[in-house]
Design a protein around this ligand. Structure first.
Ligand SMILES: [Zn+2]
Length: 308
């Protein structure tokens, strides 16, 4: 019994074959080409190899993808993959692997589920937050993912929190994502006098790489530190709002911007401590993912193993 886990990111797709005991038996990553559908087909063809893992040996496929998605129709519209709008992802994968059931969830949802299954969090309620070019999130209650009726529960990036006033790419105003995503932090820092040492990388008119900003924040460059503080404040509000609604004890942070480590985690923990009032909120613990990129793959595998 083996399941196929697929993780769809804006820059790269990853896949792994995973056994029920939680062992990854094969793993593959590919950069996304100009035609993401072709990349997906290539990825599946390279990991599901007759003689090694045949279609017959697979009992399910789990997919984690940046939202928003429509779990009822099996379609996705990831913000960073412009070629996919209401793209029939489930149908496409079903076409590649006929007869194998396909399960779909958001990137934050699979990250949280993976951390629950294979990471350090396995009690009570867990909130996973992916801080990357966008902000995703997901909730796991006593080991079960809470996906919601359309599959979008936990979309923490699109809660209004902090002092944001910008119109978000989702159409709403003041979303956490407009303050705390990597590109939003870079944009704010550049508008507030940050002199980036290297030419910023832009994609579709947005800066895409926050690594130089986190390096400067680490060195104590004031405007870079402020960008992270501002992001941490908005994230803390969103985290505590969610914790108040669902009595969340543990929050796990993943995604590219979380790679900044303490540069993000320290101000975030500070902001959570500053903003928390009630006792059950003051005990909320915020940690970085211990599984790295494998968290999403483990979570996607768990979806398929549990038939969620
Ligand atoms: Zn939004």
């Amino acid at each position: 019994m083996t399941v196929l886990a697929i993780e769809i990111g804006g820059a790269r797709f990853a896949a792994a074959t995973v056994e029920p005991a939680g062992v990854i038996t094969a793993k593959l990553e590919m950069p996304v080409g100009p035609d993401p559908t072709a990349t997906l087909k290539d990825l599946v063809a390279r990991i599901v190899v007759p003689g090694l893992i045949s279609e017959e040996g697979l009992t399910g496929v789990g997919i984690g993808v940046a939202g928003p998605l429509d779990a009822v129709r099996g379609t996705v519209s990831p913000a960073n993959i412009l070629a996919w709008r209401d793209f029939p992802l489930v149908k496409t994968v079903c076409g590649l692997l006929p007869g194998v059931p396909v399960h779909l969830a958001g990137d934050g949802q699979v990250m949280a589920l993976g951390e629950w299954w294979r990471g350090a969090f396995s009690a009570g309620a867990l909130l996973g937050v992916v801080v990357s070019t966008g902000i995703g999130g997901g909730l796991v209650f006593e080991g079960r993912p809470h996906l919601g009726s359309t599959g979008n529960a936990g979309h923490i990036g699109h809660i209004r929190a902090g002092e944001g006033w910008e119109t978000c790419r989702c159409g709403a105003v003041g979303c956490v994502e407009t303050i705390a995503s990597g590109p939003s932090m870079v944009r704010w820092a550049l508008a507030n006098g940050w002199q980036q040492a290297v030419e910023p990388t832009f994609w579709a008119g947005r800066p895409v790489d926050s690594r130089a900003l986190s390096a400067d924040a680490k060195r104590g460059v004031t405007v870079a530190v402020e960008a992270f503080d501002r992001a941490a404040g908005a994230l803390a509000t969103a985290v505590l709002t969610t914790a108040a609604l669902f009595d969340v004890e543990n929050v796990v942070i993943g995604g590219g911007v979380a790679g900044a480590g303490a540069t993000l985690l320290a101000p975030l923990r500070r902001a959570v401590a500053d903003q928390a009032g009630l006792g059950f909120l003051r005990r909320v613990k915020v940690e970085a993912t211990g599984l790295g990129r494998d968290a999403g793959l483990f979570g996607a595998a768990a979806l398929a193993l549990r038939g969620e």
